[in-house]
Design a protein around this ligand. Structure first.
Ligand code: PAF
Length: 281
């Protein structure tokens, strides 16, 4: 495995692979890797000849500068995990390498990017599209891998690829959870032991709502989740939306769509956690 920091060096290494007819898998990450990332990388390794993992905390997608400062940075441990997963290149550029001048490109995919995270984190998806499009232009991957935990991000990246257009396949991968159900996230590292226990109520409530939803209306199920989180110790609900899994628009009846997903964002102390659950697929 090779750690590369310059765009030029990565391009040269990948050109050799491409000339040899090799397929290239890209796993974009912001580092602080965990078993969820490992599952993306292992899948990419199984499906491609060469795998590049980017490890870059992208400043343009943080609307909260405090969140950017506190984002965990663990490059050495990340490299050990990636080597074990079979990645060939780790691309860990500096901010100056990626943004030698401010990126003024605007990406707008309304209404996909104006709801949920788009509403609460203005500019976030613009920053995500800036970095992901740059990575696609630099790496020119055959396939790129993203987790379904960031459900809205995945839908927006699919739309960006369709409209740009980029010639690559987007592979969405299921959420990886701890044995007790907590969705894996780099932010979990910031939870105290007590907060970790409190955060468990998020996935527990979502799982229970699937069962509840079988015998209750969609609006009753939505209230079930909202009330459970409102009464849970240490948690503060930012939003819970039940949406069509493709358009991300709110649905109000179980018969409104064949694909229905519940997306939730909860603060546990200062740590903002997201999760989602599929009600219909
Ligand atoms: O999902 C993430 O970790 C980031 O949003 C991504 C896709 C790596 C872009 O910085």
């Amino acid at each position: 495995m090779k750690l590369i920091q310059s765009i030029q060096e990565l391009r040269a290494a990948l050109a050799v692979c491409r000339q040899a007819g090799k397929s290239i898998g890209l796993v974009p990450t912001m580092g602080a890797l965990h078993a969820g990332h490992a599952s993306l990388v292992k899948r990419a390794v199984a499906e491609n000849d060469v795998v590049v993992v980017s490890d870059f905390v992208n400043p343009t997608q943080f609307n909260d500068k405090n969140d950017l400062l506190k984002y965990p940075r663990t490059l050495e441990a990340d490299c050990a995990l990636l080597e074990a997963c079979g990645a060939l290149f780790v691309f860990a550029p500096s901010v100056e390498e990626i943004y030698p001048e401010p990126d003024t490109r605007q990406f707008s995919y309304a209404p996909l990017d104006t709801v949920m995270e788009g509403k609460y984190r203005p500019g976030h998806f613009n920053g995500v599209c800036q970095i992901v499009s740059k990575l696609f232009l630099i790496v020119e991957p055959t396939r790129a891998y993203f987790g379904e935990k960031d459900f809205q991000q995945l839908a927006i990246i699919r739309e960006m690829v369709r409209r740009y257009p980029f010639d690559l396949q987007i592979v969405g991968c299921p959420i990886v959870r701890e044995d007790d159900g907590l969705a894996l996230s780099s932010r979990n590292a910031r939870l105290s032991e007590e907060q970790r226990r409190q955060a468990l109520q998020i996935s527990k409530t979502l799982f229970a709502s699937v069962e509840y939803g079988r015998t209750h209306s969609l609006s009753e199920t939505k209230s079930f989740v909202e009330e459970a989180i409102a009464h849970a110790e240490g948690l503060r609900l930012e939003y819970f939306e039940v949406v069509d899994g493709t358009t991300l628009q709110t649905v109000t009846d179980w018969n409104d769509s064949p694909y229905i997903v519940g997306c939730i964002t909860v603060f546990c102390g200062e740590v903002r956690l997201i999760d989602n659950i599929k009600y219909k697929e």
